[in-house]
Design a protein around this ligand. Structure first.
Ligand code: CA2
Length: 150
């Protein structure tokens, strides 16, 4: 069965608890439920992880090789800074969809740069938690997975 990893970076464990005006009221646990429902409807299996540590995120990307078929990555602020994460993605040869809850292009200029975009299939941003469902669908379409075909 096709398997997708949804990987979340720093501070996203606080979703729904702080800054609701920017990131909404949905918690990361609720986002995980949404992802699991989406994966089930598409007939794919799902891994869901979050870390506040760059090295742990890199280890999780390396470990995805041979386990998952692609990654949905919300790298949080590391998106705008981490050449190490970009290199990790290049090293595993797995398709990555870059995801953000907010529209990073409508925010501060330092958020307009993405090292992840350089090594991603594409980017989804600005749709809040629904972006996770969109990203899983986009990744499955890229992997040519249709609902019911495992
Ligand atoms: O919009 C996104 O998903 C971001 O990846 C979120 C990052 C931000 O640095 C990126 O530019 C865009 C920040 C995640 C922080 O999450 C929080 C959630 C609740 C309360 C505080 C922070």
């Amino acid at each position: 069965m096709t398997s997708v990893l949804v990987l979340n970076g720093p501070n996203l464990n606080l979703l729904g608890q702080r800054q609701p005006e920017t990131y909404g009221h949905t918690t990361l646990a609720e986002v995980e439920t949404l992802c699991r429902e989406t994966a089930q409807s598409l007939g794919v299996s799902l891994g869901f992880e979050q870390s506040n540590h760059e090295g742990v995120l890199i280890d999780l990307i390396h470990a995805a090789r041979g386990v998952h078929d692609g990654i949905v990555l919300n790298a949080g602020a590391y998106t705008h800074t981490s050449i190490a994460l970009m290199d990790a993605i290049s090293s595993v040869d797995l398709p990555v969809i870059e995801l953000h809850l907010s529209n990073i292009h409508a925010r501060e200029s330092f958020r307009h740069t993405s090292y992840i975009a350089k090594v991603s299939v594409g980017q989804i941003c600005g749709f809040g938690p629904f972006g996770y469902a969109l990203s899983i669908r986009a990744l499955c379409d890229h992997l040519n997975v249709s609902a019911g075909r495992k």
